[in-house]
Design a protein around this ligand. Structure first.
Ligand code: GLC
Length: 748
C-alpha cells in the first residue's frame, strides 16, 4: 500500500513538474511574441501573414525578404536556396524573423509510403506514425519544416479523386490514424530538427463535395459536421497539430476560408486551437469566384475577420489589409492575433534559434530502415478480397507464372498521387521484385499487354492468352495510373480504365487460375473481374516498396491483414454508400427482387416497397472493415460485463478469437455499436474500437474492449453532445457486416 502511495505521489509530482515546465516554456514564447509584436511595423505583420510559392530564384525575393514581407514559402526544396533566403531574413532584415518553408509531404518525401487511403487500410496507428516520422526525417534534411498533411476529410464518394489522400469514410478510424500521422510528422518536440509542423486539412467538409466532383458545393447540416466531419480534426488538435488549412469548398453558402463558425467558433472558442490557419492555394481570392465576395478587398476582409491567419500564394492581404485596418473594417487586434499564431509556431519549431538547415553527414533518405518501414506499410495496407480454394499464397507446386497487365512494372504509377519528390528510379515494382526473388525457382512469363491503364489497344491480347496457357497461375496487375487519382482527378465511372476488364475476360479463356492485384487510388467497381478471378489482392498505390511487399504476400512470406477503410460499391450508381448509414423507414430486407427476376408484365403491387436498386440491390461489393487472411479466424462467446448501465458508466465487451487455420496472422478485431432509438435517428452501426490481434495456428485469445457511456454520446438537436438512455446493440467482428451481437441498456 505504502509503496503504491509513494509511486502515485511520485508520478503525480513528475507529471506536475512536466506540466509546469511546459507551461513555463509556453509563457516564455508568449513573452517573446509580445516583445516582437511591439517592434513590428504593419508591413512586417502582414509579411508574416503572406506565403509565396517559390520559383527557386532568390534574387526575385531578396528585397521582399529584407523588408520582412514574406513569412513563408512553399515548394522550395533546395537546401542551399532555403539557407540563402533564411540568411537574408536573419542577417539583412530588421527584425530577423525566420521564414517557414513548406511542402506537400503527404505520404513520404523521397521514400514514398502507400497513399493515405492505403495506410488507413492497415488500421495501424503505429504504421501511420512511422510513415509520418520517416517523411519528416527525410523532408527536414532539405529544410522543409512544415507539411500540408494529414488530410482528414471524411468522404463517402470514390468518384472524388482526393479519396486517395483521405483516411476513409469513418470518423473514428480517421481520428485515430490522423492523430498518429500528426505525431509522426511532429515528433516529440517541434523544436527537434527532424520535426515538421503538421497541417490538418482541409478544414472543413471538403470530402462532401456534391457528386464527388472536386471543389464542388457542400451542403452539410451542423449535426453531420459535428458527428462525421469534425471529429478527426478535433483528434488532430488534441494531438497538438500545429496548423490547419481552410478548404476550397463552401459549406451551406459560406466558403471555409471566410467561415468564422469554423475558424473562430469551433477551432478557437470550442477547441482552444493555438496554432495558425493557412488558406488553401488562392482560396482567399476564390471567394470572389464563389460569389461570396465582390472584390479582392472584401475577400481579404472576410478572410481576416473569419480567422484566416496566413494567405497562400495570392497577395490580397498584402494589397488590402492596410486600407482595411485604416478604414476600421479589420481591427489591429485581428492582425496581431494572426501574427501571434504564426510566430508561436515559428518559436515552437525553434526557427529563431536554429533557422538554417544543416545537411547531415549521412543522409537518411532512402535508408534501409526507411525502405523497410515503407515495405511493412505496403504489406499491412494490402487487402485480400477473395481467395478461392486458398489459391494464395502460391506454393511450391507452382512452377510457372504469367505476369500480365500495365501495373506490373509501373514505377511512377505505383507511387500514387502527391509524390512530388518521390524518385521513380527507386521504386521496386512487383515484376522486378518477383523476378529478383523467384526467377531461379520459377518460369516467369511477362506480358504487359497494355502500355498503361487507359490503353485501348488490344492487339497484344493474344500474347497475354498465350502466356496464360503456358503458366500454372496468372498474376494480373491492373488498376489506375496515378494521374487518374488525387486533386481534380475525379471520375464519373470508377471501373477499371481502358480495356483491362476485357483483358481479364480474354485471359480467363486460357483456363488457368487468375490472381488480380489491383493498384488504384480509390475503390473501383470490379464486381465482374472479381467473379472471373480466383483471388483478388487490393494493393492501392503502394509506394516505393510496393513490389517486394506484394511479392511477399503472393508467395506467403507475409500474410494479408488489411481491412477496407471505405465501402466498395458494386456500381457507381449506388454512391453514396457507406456502412454507418441511417436505417430509414423502409430498410432493404434479405430477399430483394432484382431486375433480372421481375416477370414481364409484373403488376405494380406485386413487388415490395423498400429502399434498394432494382438493378444493384442495396449491398456494397465489399463492406467497410472487410478483408480476408490466409488463415481463418473464429469469433465465439461474446460476453458483456453487465447489460444495464448507469450514466456515466462503462462495460467490458469480450469475445474469444481463435486462429482456426494454418498461418500465423493478424486479425483486426472491430467493435461496433448501435443506439436503437435517439432523439435524432442514429446510424445502424458505428465503429467504436479496434485491435490488431496476432495468433498462431490454433491459438486463441480473449479480446476485450471497454465501452464507456460517453462513447455512446451524439450531437442532439440542441447541438449538445449527449448520451441518451435506451437500448443499444454491440458487435465484435471481422468487419462492419459480420460479427457477434450483444445488447445492453443505458438506464435513465
Ligand atoms: C492544393 C491542395 C492542398 C495543398 C495546397 C498546396 O491545391 O488543395 O491540399 O496542400 O494546394 O500545394
Amino acid at each position: 500500500m505504502k509503496a503504491n502511495l509513494i509511486i502515485a505521489i511520485g508520478t503525480f509530482s513528475i507529471l506536475t513538474i512536466g506540466c509546469t515546465r511546459q507551461q513555463e516554456k509556453e509563457a516564455k514564447i508568449e513573452e517573446k511574441i509580445d516583445a516582437l509584436l511591439k517592434q513590428m511595423t504593419f508591413e512586417e505583420k502582414i509579411g508574416q501573414m503572406s506565403q509565396l510559392n517559390s520559383n527557386g530564384n532568390v534574387a526575385d525575393y531578396k528585397e521582399l525578404i529584407k523588408a520582412g514581407k514574406i513569412g513563408s514559402f512553399l515548394n522550395e526544396i533546395n537546401p542551399a536556396t532555403i539557407n540563402e533566403m533564411q540568411r537574408i531574413a536573419m542577417e539583412e532584415s530588421r527584425l530577423k524573423i525566420p521564414i517557414l518553408f513548406a511542402r506537400d509531404v503527404i505520404h513520404g518525401f523521397k521514400t514514398i509510403f502507400p497513399i493515405p487511403l492505403a495506410q488507413a487500410a492497415t488500421w495501424n496507428p503505429l504504421i501511420v506514425e512511422e510513415g509520418g516520422r520517416v517523411a519528416a526525417v527525410e523532408a527536414t534534411e532539405v529544410g522543409i519544416r512544415w507539411t500540408f498533411a494529414p488530410m482528414l476529410d471524411i468522404t463517402r464518394d470514390p468518384r472524388w479523386g482526393r479519396i486517395a489522400e483521405s483516411l476513409g469514410e469513418d470518423p473514428y478510424l480517421a481520428s485515430v490514424l490522423g492523430a498518429a500521422m500528426v505525431r509522426g510528422f511532429q515528433g516529440n518536440d517541434l523544436a527537434e530538427p527532424t520535426s515538421m509542423a503538421a497541417c490538418m486539412k482541409h478544414f472543413a467538409g471538403y470530402g462532401f463535395v456534391e457528386g464527388g466532383r472536386d471543389y464542388n458545393t457542400t451542403m452539410i447540416p451542423e449535426v453531420v459536421l459535428r458527428e462525421v466531419v469534425l471529429p478527426p480534426f478535433k483528434a488532430a488538435v488534441d494531438a497538438g497539430v500545429a496548423t490547419a488549412m481552410s478548404s476550397f469548398n463552401e459549406i451551406n453558402g459560406v466558403p471555409s476560408t471566410g467561415n468564422s463558425f469554423l475558424l473562430r467558433k469551433v477551432l478557437r472558442e470550442e477547441w482552444n486551437f493555438k496554432g495558425f490557419v493557412v488558406s488553401d492555394w488562392a482560396s482567399v481570392a476564390e471567394m470572389i469566384v464563389h460569389g461570396y465576395c465582390a472584390d479582392e478587398k472584401e475577400a481579404a476582409m472576410k478572410a481576416a475577420n473569419a480567422g484566416l491567419d496566413m494567405e497562400m500564394v495570392t497577395p490580397l492581404y498584402a494589397k488590402h489589409l492596410d486600407s482595411l485596418v485604416k478604414e476600421g473594417k479589420v481591427s489591429m487586434k485581428t492582425i496581431d492575433e494572426a501574427v501571434r499564431n504564426i510566430l508561436r509556431i515559428k518559436f515552437k519549431l525553434g526557427l529563431f534559434d536554429n533557422p538554417y538547415v544543416k545537411i547531415p553527414q549521412t543522409s537518411k533518405i532512402y535508408s534501409k530502415s526507411h525502405l523497410a518501414a515503407a515495405k511493412e506499410a505496403a504489406i499491412q495496407s494490402a487487402v485480400l478480397l477473395k481467395n478461392e480454394k486458398n489459391l494464395l499464397p502460391l506454393g511450391n507446386q507452382v512452377k510457372s507464372i504469367a505476369i500480365i497487365g500495365p501495373l506490373a512494372d509501373a514505377p511512377s504509377d505505383q507511387l500514387g498521387t502527391w509524390t512530388l519528390d518521390g524518385d521513380k528510379n527507386y521504386t521496386q515494382t512487383p515484376l522486378k521484385a518477383i523476378q529478383a526473388e523467384y526467377s531461379n525457382k520459377l518460369n516467369i512469363i511477362y506480358e504487359p499487354t497494355l502500355g498503361y491503364s487507359r490503353d485501348i489497344d488490344g492487339s497484344n491480347f493474344s500474347k497475354a492468352v498465350a502466356a496464360a496457357r503456358r503458366a500454372d497461375v496468372v498474376l494480373m496487375f491492373l488498376g489506375e495510373e496515378s494521374i487518374l487519382s488525387g486533386e481534380a482527378r475525379c471520375r464519373a465511372e470508377i471501373n477499371l480504365p481502358g480495356i483491362q476488364s476485357q483483358l481479364v475476360e480474354e485471359v480467363k479463356k486460357a483456363g488457368k487460375p487468375i490472381v488480380l492485384i489491383i493498384m488504384a487510388g480509390r475503390p473501383l467497381t470490379i464486381e465482374k473481374e472479381c467473379i472471373l478471378a480466383d483471388a483478388v489482392l487490393y494493393a492501392w498505390h503502394p509506394g516505393t516498396m510496393g513490389g517486394p511487399a506484394i511479392a511477399d504476400l503472393l508467395f506467403g512470406k507475409a500474410v494479408p491483414s488489411g481491412k477496407l477503410p471505405v465501402t466498395f460499391p458494386k456500381t457507381v450508381g449506388q454512391i453514396p454508400i457507406y456502412y454507418n448509414h441511417k436505417n430509414t423507414g423502409r430498410p432493404p430486407h434479405e430477399n430483394l427482387q432484382l431486375i433480372g427476376s421481375i416477370p414481364p408484365g409484373a403488376k405494380q403491387l406485386t413487388m415490395g416497397y423498400v429502399s434498394y436498386y432494382l438493378d444493384a440491390g442495396a449491398d456494397p461489393l465489399f463492406p467497410f472493415g472487410y478483408g480476408l487472411s490466409y488463415t481463418t479466424f473464429e469469433y465465439t462467446n461474446l460476453q458483456l460485463s453487465k447489460t444495464e448501465l448507469n450514466n456515466p458508466d462503462e462495460i467490458t465487451v469480450t469475445c474469444q478469437l481463435k486462429n482456426t487455420g494454418k498461418y500465423e496472422a493478424d486479425e483486426i478485431v472491430q467493435l461496433y455499436v448501435r443506439d436503437r432509438v435517439g432523439s435524432l435517428t442514429r446510424p445502424v452501426k458505428e465503429l467504436k474500437g479496434f485491435q490488431r490481434i496476432r495468433l498462431k495456428p490454433q491459438e486463441s485469445k480473449t479480446v476485450t474492449f471497454t465501452l464507456k457511456t460517453e462513447d455512446l454520446a451524439f450531437w442532439n438537436a440542441d447541438m449538445k453532445k449527449v448520451t441518451e438512455p435506451g437500448d443499444f446493440d454491440v458487435w465484435i467482428g471481422p468487419n462492419s457486416k459480420d460479427g457477434l451481437k450483444g445488447s445492453f441498456k443505458v438506464l435513465p
